[in-house]
Structure formats: C-alpha cells, structure tokens
Design a protein around this ligand. Structure first.
Ligand code: PEP
Ligand code: MG
Length: 587
C-alpha cells in the first residue's frame, strides 16, 4: 500500500541569501548543555580547579583551530569574530568569579561556571543596544563549549552531516556556523530573524540560499523531511507537491537562462546603444569580495566600506593591518580606481569590541557617526588616513569622506589629512601626493551646498540610502514605515538633478553608490539625470550592464526629463519600470 502523501506546507520567512535548493532537512537545535550539580569533596578541590583550567585550554585550542579554518576558507575578516570569543576566555572577571564561587560554595565547577556565565549573558542581553546584545551570544557560545569540554561531550553535529542537507536551526552560533560542513549544506533556514547574523553572512559567501525568521519551524519539521527553499522570496515549502517542484524547476530554468544571457553580455563594454560609456563599479565591504569584483568585471571600486574591518573586531585594527587590506584591494584593481571611504562607524554601526566609544543614543542615524566620530577620535582617524595614503602608492586610490554636512567639516577632515601627509613625509614613506579626495553626498545640507563643496572635492558619490532617509524623514531600517521610503519621490529626483547640475558646472563628476545604483529599474533614470557612474554590489553588475547596453542615453534623458515633471512617486516608479521592461524581457 502506498504511504499517504503529506500535505505541502508553505512557511514565509525573510530572504537572506538568494538561490533555490531542494533536499532533505537536518534539524539542528542549539540547546543548552545539561549541567549536573553536586558538592566536591574538600580533598578534590585543587583537582577541580585544574579541571576548569584544562577545559579553558581545550576550548582555546578548539576556537583557534576553527579560526584558522575560517581564515583559510573565508578570509581573515570572517574570522575576526573568533578573536572576540578568545577574549571571553581571557576575561579575568568571568574566570575569577567562577573560582571564587567554587571556593565559597564547594559546588562542582560546571555549576559555578554556568551560574556566573548565565549572569553575564543575562546582563548583556538586557542592554538596549543590538551590538552589545550580540556579545551575550558570544559569551553563550563560548560558555557552552567550556561546559561541553568539562563534561567530555562531543562537538556539535553540523560538522558531521552524513549527506547534503537543508539545515533548519533554531539558531546558529558563529562557531556552529564555522563548523558547518561546506560540501553538505544545501541551504540554511533559521527560526530567528537576523539577516546580519554571522551564519547568514557565511551562507551568502558560500553562495547557499538562506531564509531567516521562520519562527518555530524547527518544532514543525523533522530530520529527513523534504523541502524546497526559495531564497529569493524567503519561502520554505515543506513536502512540495509535484506541481510546485515543476514550477520551481521552470523558474530555476528561466533564471539560469536569463543569468547566462546576462553573464554572456557582461564581457561586453558598458556602452549605451547611442555610444555613451557608463562606468560601472563595485561596492565592497571585505577584501574577500575581490573575487566577485573580478568575476563581474567591475571598472573599479566605487565604495569600499572600511568600517567592516572594525565592526566585528575585538579591537581597533592598526595602521599596518589596515594598510595591508587597502593595499591588497588597490593592487588587485590597478589601473582601475578604488574609492576608499573613511570610517562610517556609529549610528546603526557601533563597534562591538569598543562599546565605550559609542555610548547609546536616542537617535543614532542623526547622531555621533562617520566623519563626526572621526573628527573627535582623531587618533583613530589618522591611523586610517595614513593607511589609505600608504596604500595609494600601490594603485589608483581615492579617499572619500562619509556624512559630510558642509564645507567646514570637509575643511577639518582635509586638515587632518594634511597632518597625516606631513607625518608620512617625515617618516620617509611613499604615497600618492595627488591622491584625489571626494565626499559622499548623503545629507540634504550637502546636497544643497554642492556648489560650495565642489570647490574642494575631486568627485562626489551620492549615498542614496541615507539621502533618501534624511530627505523623506524615513528611518531606513524601520519596517513599519518602509512603504514611505520612496526612491522615486520627486524630492529625491529633484535633489539628484540639483547635485549633478551644480557639480558639473565645476567639472566634478558624480556617481551613485547607494542601492538605487544597483537596481536596473532605477539605473536609466539616474543616468538620464546626468549621473556619471554607478557603483553597486558586484552581483548586480551584469543586470545593470544589460540595461545600459539595451538603452540609448537619449531615451534615458527623456525619461528623466519626464520624471522631473511628475508629482507621484508611484507614477514615476511605473514609468521607470515600463522603461526597463520594454528593453529587457525574461522569456
Ligand atoms: C548610502 O548611504 O547610500 C551609502 C552608500 O552608504 P551606507 O549604506 O554605507 O550608509
Ligand atoms: Mg550612507
């Protein structure tokens, strides 16, 4: 007799890494180690402390090994999180309090360590700051490892997947994600909702589809269930029917055909049908993305977000460490330009390892971030500027300041830069004396004073992500008002036009490096408004190049001229969408 067919169940989550996967589920529940609680005989007390020290050493060895593997497979920046873990093991307060608790109560060391570390985790998880709350995760991760080692338990099962599996987990800690068997992970699905978790970043770099925020899915599926993961739409379809599989097979085929068409066209020059060349560049956050930059043939880096060197680090990277990263990027891209943006830390990007530098703020996006932070912490700023200057001797490096609000800030930043140049000269170290310096235009006050800023800038890059949020007063990460975040609002289009016109009067080129630049629906409008270059996530380059090659600049200008006369953001969007669809079809 046939076994009855199970019903298809669709669960909506949040898309975190693109792609489609079909296979069997492996359920991974990160659960706390069960800790026995007993009294230790007085004569065994010295040995008990010795057992604790041995477990700390073993844990240290395990984390260092994982760190080495991640460094080898994914690069040094992905491995930085494990420095934070190693620091937890060195935390004298945590270790000292555990030993004191043991000396006072005589309970077994697991109980004492569990009690103290739980108190720490609790304290961190109550802090009203996302990044500090994530430190609680670090301590929990390390504490579980120490407890496993004290109790002689084996390492987690993600490193021993028998076959290719879709991993469905309640949560995946950094060390769990580092131990995932890369050849066996088909997709990653997590109950918890963070798109920026380390596991999801790893999934993206492994090019594996990922969906987060599926709530209690781990409780509703079991090992061996079949499922389809749609990383584009953020869907998990458990027990997919034949019809669903067929539909997805078709979608995958269409996507593959279209992608191969895009990739074929991607080796062609970025020129419109009426012969206008358009510079298409890449945005990067990590040195490891250079492979994708080359693969998608970017004509330079239009935005190197250097804060990612700092964000997961337990300490501020030194001048030398930064220099090595910047030099690697400059050399890899030469003779193409690399625009290195100075630190845009703070706001929603405080530095995990240095919470004292970023006190909590009520209004972080309008707060102590980016150039405002750098002009106060000039020691940190100068280390970075010297590193960028030193890298300029190894390629075509340009420096760009973020969040400039007016000419005085620009002048102050340039004064610090001049000091750094003098210091390097005194040290006898080489740099490009003519290194170009530009600014991001992402604050309305900078947009309206473009003519003033242009006197001291060699180039501009418009950060539409921030510019839109400040122009429209819509927090860019607030889900409740996401519908109000409209790139085609007339205020945005008029402001872009004003920036371009004022900059061009003084022969200063303007590119866009916000997300708008990588959207093929918006790219023609931007180019029609006179934007000189577009910089985007490397993976978007083929799609944008495809529309550039399929349109004339004359048509793009007409589109922009018409958009400038319109009043409804939705209608302007519809115009842009129609422009795109008329030129690009997916059969
Ligand atoms: C922007 O604001 O558009 C931008 C590119 O910078 P970030 O997204 O890093 O703030
Ligand atoms: Mg910005």
């Amino acid at each position: 007799m046939d076994t009855p067919k199970k019903d298809e169940v669709t669960v909506q989550g949040i898309s975190a890494s693109q792609g489609i996967a079909y296979g069997q589920i492996f359920v991974f529940i990160q659960s706390d180690v069960e800790v026995p609680n007993y009294q230790v005989d007085p004569e065994k007390r010295i040995a008990e402390v010795g057992r604790f020290e041995k477990a700390l050493v073993t844990t240290r060895q395990q984390i260092s090994k994982i760190k080495g593997e991640v460094e080898k497979n994914l690069g040094p920046e992905e491995a930085l999180i494990f420095d934070a873990h190693l620091l937890v093991l060195e935390d004298q307060a945590l270790i000292g309090e555990t030993i004191r608790e043991f000396e006072t109560t005589g309970r077994n060391i697991e109980t004492c360590f569990n009690q103290i570390s739980t108190r720490y985790i609790q304290a961190f998880s109550e802090i009203d700051d996302e990044y500090l709350r994530e430190r609680a995760g670090d301590i929990r991760d390390v504490a579980q490892r120490v407890l496993q080692n004290l109790l002689g338990q084996a390492e987690n099962s993600l490193s021993r997947l028998a076959d290719k599996r879709i991993i469905v987990a309640n949560d995946v800690s950094p060390s769990d994600s580092a131990s995932i068997d890369r050849s066996a992970a088909l997709a990653l699905v997590t109950d918890s909702g963070s798109r920026t978790s380390h596991a999801v970043i790893m999934a993206r770099s492994m090019k594996v589809p990922a969906v987060v925020g599926v709530r209690d899915l781990t409780a509703r599926v079991k090992n061996g269930d079949w499922a389809l993961v749609d990383g584009y739409a953020g869907l998990i379809i458990v027990n997919p029917s034949e019809a669903t599989l067929f539909r997805y097979g078709k979608i995958q085929e269409q996507k593959k055909t279209f992608e191969s068409r895009l990739l074929k066209a991607n080796s062609q020059p970025s020129v419109t049908l009426d012969g206008v060349a358009v510079a298409l560049m890449a945005n990067i956050e990590r040195v490891e993305e250079l492979g994708a930059v080359k693969e998608y043939q970017a004509e330079g880096i239009g935005l190197y977000r250097t804060e990612y060197l700092f964000l997961n680090s337990a300490r501020i990277p030194t001048e030398q460490e930064q220099f090595l990263a910047y030099k690697t990027v400059a050399e890899a891209l030469a003779p193409h330009p690399v625009i290195i943006r100075s630190l845009d830390l703070g706001g929603d990007k405080p530095m995990a390892g240095s919470p004292h530098l970023f006190p909590k703020e009520d209004n972080p996006f309008m707060g102590f971030r980016a150039i405002r932070f750098c002009l106060v912490h000039t020691d940190i700023f100068k280390d970075q500027l010297r590193a960028i200057l030193l890298a300029s001797a190894h390629g075509k490096v340009r420096l760009m300041y973020p969040m400039i609000s007016g000419s005085e800030e620009l002048a102050q930043a340039n004064a610090v830069l001049a000091e750094c140049k003098a210091e390097l000269k005194a040290r006898g170290q080489a740099f490009d004396e003519k290194m170009e310096v530009g600014a991001m235009i992402e604050i309305p006050s900078a947009a309206t004073t473009t003519d003033i800023l242009a006197k001291d800038c060699a180039f501009f890059s418009v950060g539409t992500n921030d510019l839109i949020q400040y122009l429209l007063a819509v927090d860019r990460v607030n889900d409740r008002i996401a519908h109000l975040y409209e790139p085609t609002h007339p205020a945005v289009i008029r402001t872009l036009k004003h920036i371009v016109d004022e900059a061009h009067k003084q022969n200063v080129p303007v590119s866009v490096c916000g997300e708008m630049a990588g959207d093929p629906v918006f790219a023609p409008l931007l180019l029609g408004l006179g934007i000189d270059g577009l910089s985007m996530s490397p993976a978007w380059l083929p799609t944008v190049k495809y529309i550039v090659r399929a349109m004339t600049m004359a048509d793009a200008r007409a589109l922009a001229a018409e958009a400038l006369t319109m009043s409804s953001p939705k209608e302007i969007y519809a115009k842009c969408d129609a422009f795109y669809r008329a030129r690009v079809t997916v059969e």
